[in-house]
Ligand binder design. Structure first.
Ligand code: GLA
Ligand code: ZN
Length: 661
């Protein structure tokens, strides 16, 4: 991924611009970076106003100095393009770069991540900056990666964006008749008779035409991808062989990340789990594991953990500290799931403004004899011992379908349980049975090639896109097992209902049809019986009619008592109700053994988790207490160098990296 490097990256966002008047601090930084075993720094994320103090007047001397100094110390540089925050002079001189919000208010200069992605002027200024960076640093031996912008996303509703939206629609639909049909605009007399009538969704205007909302989100996503591509072209101009990334965010759906990832050489993301806050460590680990897997699956290759907090995260409701050991467990969790780096936001705590209390490797006192600094340094040493893990691939037999457009469509639904659709929660609870058993999972969308998996789980696949059904048919014919659930097969890509009713195009595959769906108020539950076991049913219950599918479980309460609740049609399963996860746990456990899915070779107490990456097994104690596990056979622990055999004690937050046979 990074030419010539065979080590795991360990580093931080280095916002040196905030310390230019403190030469002593800049000097000290280098010493402390070495002391904490850092080998990479991300520079220039917010460096624009330092590099271009007025229009067209560039000064790279400070950046030159920092890159050279880091290079002298053997520290690599991930160089960011600074388009995530623009200088004040630029906004003042060219107001077109400012965003207009959905209420059509023009925003003032301020904060960051707020440029209009359509503005030709902004794109030009960014390109000019990026080309200069590329020319100056693109073949510098310290520069190992380009970091495009920062956490891309957001909306602009200015006239330029409206115009681009309309041309995007013209390209897609050709004529208004097609558009009106796709958007079902005959509803509430919304038929458009001229392109100029179409606007982006707004709380003071149109926001209830689902097709329009979906297309606006698709358009926005395409806009950001095209903005990013322009930046990629600019940095590649003089630097064709340095890989390019941009930093992604947890469950962020403003951009279709599957599409975006195709343009990147390396995927990276910013991970801020709420360790030690509202939930137990296992639940946080589960959620985080899901997202690491999602990020890895975007390219099916190792990724980069671009940001994480070395201690607390100031923007969370409660900025909890990580308990001792959690830093290492959290960092190595990323590595276990495919990261070739552990990086932080940020190196040194800012002196002022909104992030002055965000955790950092160095806090305001700048001391290196702190708990955080020593945990960071210890991790740095351990990452050096784990060099061999770098580049190791993960190959899984299970895929969960998490589809961004499906998520958008689910958000549009006005029905079922309005405030408890819980798509993300359902994805994670479908992932949990595998995670608990040390079975690796890829997280892909409907465009993925699913032919190499043994089991594909598609929870709440509300929107079924053209082509997906045929893919599933072929997968099943090939011996694959497919599982889907309630709220699946309801709409097509335009958010129009399938006219055979749910599960729409999946009807033949599943051998059933959904006649009605009941939504349960909070506190009201049904029961479902299977093989003498009883399961709780909350929120959603489909009333299903089998058209040949075998009935594996039935409701045992309510007026639909006796109606099928879990069905199997050959290799296709339909879960008709939302449980507390226990039905999935039993079903996936059974399927895992039937399909002999590979699992991490160990037995552990509750909360001890095994994650396989290549020939390495990472074992974590996320149980919030000291716990035990037993590897299936003697293995070498890469961190201690010792062989591990029989029952092992793993202290709270403990982690071991074992080499499997
Ligand atoms: C994001 C940003 C960083 C910083 C961190 C704080 O990930 O990219 O610049 O603001 O959040 O958690
Ligand atoms: Zn705009």
């Amino acid at each position: 991924m990074i030419p010539e490097s065979n080590f795991l990256l360990h580093g931080a966002d280095y916002n040196y611009e905030q310390w230019l008047k403190r030469k002593d601090i800049l000097e000290e930084d280098l010493l402390l970076m070495k002391k904490s075993h850092m080998n990479v720094m991300t520079l220039n994320v917010f460096g624009w106003s330092l590099l271009e103090k007025e229009d067209g007047v560039y000064d790279f001397s400070f950046l030159d100095e920092r890159i050279e100094s880091l290079h002298r110390e053997g520290i690599k540089v991930i160089l960011a393009t600074p388009s995530g925050a623009r200088p004040a002079w630029l906004a003042e001189k060219y107001p077109e770069v400012l965003r207009t919000n959905s209420r059509r208010e023009k925003e003032l200069f301020g904060i960051r991540h707020n440029h209009c992605p359509s503005s030709p002027l902004y794109r030009r200024k960014v390109r000019e900056m990026d080309e200069r960076l590329s020319q100056r640093y693109g073949s510098h031996p310290a520069v190992v990666m380009w970091h495009i912008s920062n956490e891309l996303g957001g909306e602009c509703h200015c006239p330029l964006c409206q115009e681009n939206f309309r041309s995007w629609l013209k390209d897609k639909y050709g004529n208004l008749d097609n558009l009106n049909e796709a958007w079902n605009t005959a509803f509430w007399s919304h038929t458009y008779t001229s392109w100029s009538q179409i606007q982006s969704p707004s709380p003071i205007g149109e926001y209830l035409v689902h097709g329009q909302n979906l297309d606006w989100r698709r358009f926005l996503s395409d806009q950001y991808i095209s903005f990013m591509k322009e930046e990629i072209d600019a940095v590649r101009k003089y630097s064709p062989s340095v890989p390019v990334t941009t930093n992604l965010m947890y469950f962020f759906e403003g951009i279709d990340y599957v599409k975006l990832a195709k343009e990147l050489d390396v995927v990276s993301w910013d991970n801020y789990p709420r360790w030690n806050a509202e939930r137990d460590s296992f639940s946080v680990a589960l959620d985080t594991a899901f997202f690491h897997d999602r990020i890895r699956s975007l390219k099916g290759e190792p990724f980069i953990l671009m940001e994480s907090s070395p201690s607390s995260t100031n923007w969370q409701n409660t900025a909890c500290l990580k308990t001792p050991g959690m830093h290492e467990a959290s960092a190595l969790q990323a590595v276990a799931h495919g990261s070739d780096s552990v990086q932080y936001f940020q190196w040194r705590q800012s002196r002022g403004c909104s992030e002055m209390f965000h955790g950092a490797v160095l806090s305001h006192n700048g001391r290196s004899d702190t708990r955080v600094f020593s945990e960071v340094s210890k991790l740095g040493e351990d990452l050096e011992k784990l060099e061999c893990v770098k580049g190791a691939e993960t190959r899984n037999k299970v895929a969960i379908i998490y589809d961004t457009e499906n998520a958008w469509a689910i958000e549009e639904i006005q029905g079922y349980k309005m405030n408890k659709k819980n798509y993300h929660e359902t994805l994670v609870s479908s992932y949990a049975p595998f995670y608990r058993r040390g079975i690796g999972v890829d997280i892909v969308d409907q465009s993925a090639d699913i032919s190499s998996y043994s089991l594909v789980v598609a929870p709440m696949l509300y929107m079924v896109k053209a082509g997906f059904t045929d893919k599933v048919k072929a997968f099943i014919d090939d011996g694959g097992v497919f599982v889907t659930t309630y709220m699946s097969g309801i709409v097509d890509e335009n958010d129009l209902a399938f006219l055979n009713g749910a599960p729409g195009p999946l009807e033949d595959i599943l051998g059933l049809r959904v006649e009605e769906t009941d939504s349960l108020p909070d506190g009201r539950t049904n029961r479902v019986e299977m093989d003498g076991r009883s399961y709780i049913n909350r929120d959603i219950s489909d009333i299903v009619i089998s058209e040949g599918a075998e009935v594996l479980a039935t409701y045992s309460s309510s007026f639909y008592k006796g109606i099928p609740a879990l069905l199997k049609n050959g290799n296709a399963y339909y879960i008709a109700f939302r449980s507390d996860g226990s039905l999935e746990d039993d079903l996936f456990s059974r399927l895992s053994s039937e399909l002999s899915l590979p699992s991490a070779p160990f037995k552990g107490e509750k909360g001890v988790v095994g994650v396989m990456r290549g020939k390495y097994m990472f074992v974590f104690n996320f149980s919030d207490k000291d716990s035990r596990f037993t590897p299936d056979y003697p293995m070498k622990d890469l961190l201690s160098g010792r062989s591990v055999e029989g029952e092992v004690e793993l202290e709270v937050n403990g982690v071991m990296v074992l080499e499997m046979e």
